[in-house]
Design a binder for this molecule. Structure first.
Ligand code: SAM
Length: 316
């Protein structure tokens, strides 16, 4: 097979499920059993050229490996046993941003199909509890299957509207971390980078498109404002796989304008260079964005809110 030189294809990102193995053991497995060569970690456009049977540790995330784009894992024993999770790099950002320590109580407000929920469980070593909400029963069924395969034992799937949960229910009294990855336009999702160029030429001046984005962004804002109401929440990650400012920085700005209790956290993948759009929100450098054609990941946005005075009892 020839070296992959197609600059339009994203590499294959593989998350190591720490509930099943360690990164070192998985790296060893690919070297010893599958004849792969480990190359140094690189970022951005250097990922465009990837020889077959080579792989890398990710440049930014400790539990992620990067393979040539056409690598098929579906019959691989480590995929079948739930050790490997096929997940784009950018969609691994939110769990790292939230990074609840083992033992934490967490809400995933819009959880299905559960890739980020299982990632949070992996980082918590299955210690603690995750309430995983989703409105859609079928998608929640997918979450149950996916997280069971991944060996997650700390997840409670709940088929309810997150916006209708009572933040003062004693059940949620110890919730300190909330992950929000609500429905979005999905405009950043691409498997080929030339698709994103088509997306960009999409007419966002079209009235119907504008109306849809406005209604999505109002919903996205309401999830953050609902999360603010949980009395002991101290960190909230908000993410989308959209490239539109109206669903990203604008939602963050509107959320900040509506609270005195939360601010943006600087601990939002600080080593990632591409930050929020200039002038879109105060501290735009505290939020992170991706640009598929340069970063070689899907189009994504992530931000992190933290409580200003975490020790003040917010119970009113
Ligand atoms: N975080 C998921 C993952 O990484 O696998 C993807 C989440 S997807 C972008 C958004 C999800 O939010 C959908 O499954 C949708 O059914 C759910 N959703 C939409 N509105 C909701 C609401 N009000 N309450 C709970 N879930 C909701």
């Amino acid at each position: 097979p020839e070296e992959i030189k197609n600059p339009f294809i994203l590499p294959r990102y593989v998350r190591v499920n720490l509930l099943k193995s360690t990164v070192d053991k998985v790296v060893n497995y690919f070297q010893k059993n599958d004849g792969y060569t480990l190359l140094p970690a690189v970022e951005g456009k250097e990922l465009a050229h990837f020889k077959p049977k080579t792989f890398r540790k990710d440049f930014h995330l400790h539990d992620l490996l990067v393979f040539p784009s056409n690598t098929d894992f579906h019959d691989h024993p480590l995929y079948i046993d739930g050790t490997l999770i096929l997940q784009d790099k950018a969609s691994c950002f939110p769990a790292h941003v939230l990074s609840p320590p083992p033992g934490s109580v967490v809400i995933d407000g819009c959880a299905a199909p559960g890739n980020k929920t299982s990632h949070v469980a992996s980082l918590m070593g299955n210690k603690g509890h995750i309430f995983a909400f989703d409105l859609d029963k079928r998608r929640l069924g997918l979450l149950k299957r996916l997280t069971t395969k991944a060996g997650c034992t700390c997840i409670e799937p709940i088929n309810e509207n997150f916006l209708e949960t009572d933040p003062n229910d004693p059940k949620y009294a110890n919730v300190e971390y909330i992950l929000l990855d609500p429905s979005c336009s999905g405009s950043g999702i691409v498997s080929r980078l030339d698709q994103i160029l088509n997306q960009k030429s999409q007419d966002t001046s079209n009235k119907l498109v504008q109306e849809r984005l406005k209604s999505l962004s109002d919903f996205q804002l309401s999830t953050i404002q609902h999360a603010f109401k949980f009395p002991n929440v101290k960190r909230i990650s908000y993410s989308t796989c959209s490239i539109h400012q109206i669903e990203n920085e604008d939602v963050v700005r509107r959320a900040l304008e509506s609270t005195k209790e939360f601010k943006l956290s600087a601990h939002c993948i600080p080593q990632w260079k591409r930050r929020g759009l200039d002038g879109s929100v105060e501290n735009a450098n505290y939020v992170a964005r991706t640009l598929p054609e340069e970063d070689y990941v899907i189009g994504f946005f992530v931000s992190c809110f933290e409580r200003i005075n975490p020790n003040e009892n917010n119970n009113k």
